[in-house]
Design a protein around this ligand. Sequence first.
Ligand code: SAH
Length: 222
Amino acid sequence: MALGDGAVTTETKKIQLIMELRRMGITDTRVLAALERVPREAFVPPKFAAQAYDNTALPIGQGQTISQPYVVAYMTEKLEVGKRMTVLEVGTGSGYQAAVLAPLCRRVYTIERHRPLYREVSRRLANLGLQNIFTRYGDGAEGWPEQAPFSRIIVTAAAPEVPPALVEQLVVGGLMVLPLGPGLIDQELTLVRRTKRGHEIERLIGVRFVPLVAGSVDGGED
Ligand code: SAH
């Protein structure tokens, strides 16, 4: 292998992935640019680095996964994030979705219930110099009341119903995207719009996410 081949391959794979996302219907160029900018290989375990630009979910430890790039792009597009907005993410996981949102808004607040993932991601985001992402360890279904209200909320784990605390922490007119479903199958990505009196719901596409689990787990030392 000639020097530099690895880098060229990664770059080529990344461009092919962006082209695939366009073919699949992602049209927002800011979203595509954000995905192009974030090195997904830095968010997956080293043994999966070669698959970092495959359009698939991958394991990240603790039985959790980094979402499929198409789903990340689709959810980000549906969120219609603006430069001055604050965004809350529930389910930090690898931190990839947060890193994609970061260049599109003012601040991303993200909560993870697995302490080893939380520790790892805080280090990773600092190493990548992503300074407008704030991480927290805890139960994201409770939201982050001290920083509320949020312009946008994204939940990257499936809940049986819209968590009421999250609707309360959304500004009137604000949007939330989350997978809704009772189990591992038959989940529907859902768009929630906060209104003066409550919220409206629009069903989007079928998806498969890990479940939103109440409470947090320490998981000991990492
Ligand atoms: N957004 C992630 C993928 C998330 S996988 C990424 O870009 O990599 C879903 C994550 O949600 C898992 O890490 C899981 O531990 C976390 N999770 C599940 N229930 C949660 C809860 N109640 N509060 C916070 N995080 C939760």
